[in-house]
Design a protein around this ligand. Sequence first.
Ligand SMILES: CC(=O)N[C@H]1[C@@H](OP(=O)(O)OP(=O)(O)OC[C@H]2O[C@@H](n3ccc(=O)[nH]c3=O)[C@H](O)[C@@H]2O)O[C@H](CO)[C@@H](O)[C@@H]1O
Ligand SMILES: C=C(OP(=O)(O)O)C(=O)O
Length: 428
Amino acid sequence: MEKLKIEGGHPLTGRIKVSGAKNSAVALIPATILADSPTVIEGLPDISDVQTLKELLEEIGGSVEFHDGEMHVSPEGMVAMPLPNGRVKKLRASYYLMGAMLGRFKKAAIGLPGGCYLGPRPIDQHIKGFEALGAKVTNEQGAIYLRADELIGARIYLDVASVGATINIMLAAVRAKGQTIIENAAKEPEIIDVATLLNNMGAKIKGAGTNVIRIEGVESLSGTRHTIIPDRIEAGTYMILGAAAGGGITVENVIPFHMESLTSKLREMGVPIEVGDEEIYIGKADKLNSVDVKTLVYPGFPTDLQQPLTTLLTKAEGTALITDTIYTARFKHIDELRRMNANIKTEGSSAIIYGPATLQGTRVKASDLRAGAALVIAGVMAEGITEVTGLEHIDRGYSDLIEKLTGLGAVIWREEMSESELEQVKNQ
Ligand SMILES: CC(=O)N[C@H]1[C@@H](OP(=O)(O)OP(=O)(O)OC[C@H]2O[C@@H](n3ccc(=O)[nH]c3=O)[C@H](O)[C@@H]2O)O[C@H](CO)[C@@H](O)[C@@H]1O
Ligand SMILES: C=C(OP(=O)(O)O)C(=O)O
C-alpha cells in the first residue's frame, strides 16, 4: 500500500488539464448494457471506479476493451448474473447496474453500494422508482433483488432531487412500455450527459437538466459513440488549488458554465479569475477574504467541493461558515486539517473556519475521496512535508494526479508504506 508525500510551499504555475467526469463515467459505462450492439465511450478518466465498472461488465459476460481513455463495450454476451458482493462494494455508482440490468433483463441482483461514507446514503428513491415501473424489489442479506414481468412507464415524484435516483430511473425506463415522467428530477450536468448517450442509442428522453424528465420507452437500443463531459469537480479542485498555492494557473478542458457557483465564490474571496471558452485562469490573490458557503443541488455550490474549499478558507482572513445541506456530516477532513494547525469548529451541519492559519505538514488520513482532495491541497499549502494515507479513496476520482500536479511545479510523490506504518493506519 502507498502513501502520498507532499513538500509544501512551492508556488504553482502553468496549465493543468481536466479529465472526463467521474460521475458521468460511472453511469455511462452501465448504460452500455442497455444496447444490443457495441458502444464506444471516449475521454474516460483513468480512475479506479472506471476500472471496477469495466471488471463488473466483464463479470456479467460483456467484452470490454479500455485504452487511452476509450472504452469499447460489446454487450451481446451479457447475462443477468447476480453481483451481490465483492467489486460492487468498491464504489457508490454500482447502483446504476440495478437500473441498467433491470432495463435490459427485467431482473437484477446487486449488492448494496459502497463509495464515500458521508453519513447515511439511502437509496429509497431509486427503489421507489423501480417499484413504480413495476419491479418487485427485495433486500436479501445486503443485496437488492429486482424482478419484473414487464416494465411499464409511470409518473414518479422524487422526494429528494437525487442524482443517482434520477439516472437510475432513466436507465430502467428507456426500455419500459409507455411514458415515464420523473418529477423533482436532479439537474446535474452528468444527467444530461447520460441522457445524450441514451438518446444517441435510440432512447426518447426529453427534459434532462430540468426538474421534469419525460421518457417514451422504446423496444430496443443500439450502440453508439459518445464523448464524455469534463469533470467539474476535478476542475473545481484545481481551481481551488490554484487559489491556494498559485502563481497563476490555467485549468483546461472545462465547461465554464458548470463552474459558476465556484467561480463566483472564489471571486468573492478576492481571487482574480479570467474565464475563457474552455479554460479558466486562476490568478494570485494578494489577500483572501472569508466567505460563507452553503452546498445545494446543482446549480448551487456542490457538496463535492465543500471539503476542498474548507482547506482554502483556512488561509482567508476572518471567519467563514460552510454549511453542507446535502451531506450534513461530511466533515471527516476537519480533524485532519486541525492536525495541520487549522482552526475549525463544527456545529451541526456547519464548519466554522477561523483564519488565517499557517498549515503545518504532518501525517494525515483521507477518509473519503474529497477529504483526500482537501488534504492534498492542504499539503501543497503547508510548511514542511505532509503524508497522506487512504489513497484508495483519492484514486477513485483523480486521474494522473501526481503527473498533473508535478506539471504545475508541485513537489508530490507516492511512496510504499512500511509494515509499521500499515499497522498504525489500520489502528487509526
Ligand atoms: C456517483 C455520483 O454521481 N455521486 C454523486 C451523487 O451521489 P448520489 O447520487 O448518491 O447522491 P444523491 O444526489 O442521490 O443524494 C443527494 C441527497 O439525497 C439523499 N437521498 C438520495 C437518494 C435516495 O434514494 N434517498 C435520499 O434520501 C442523500 O442522502 C443526499 O442527502 O450526487 C452527490 C450529490 O451531488 C455527490 O456528492 C456524489 O459525488
Ligand atoms: C461522493 C463522491 O463520490 P461517490 O458518490 O462515488 O462516493 C464524490 O465524488 O465526491
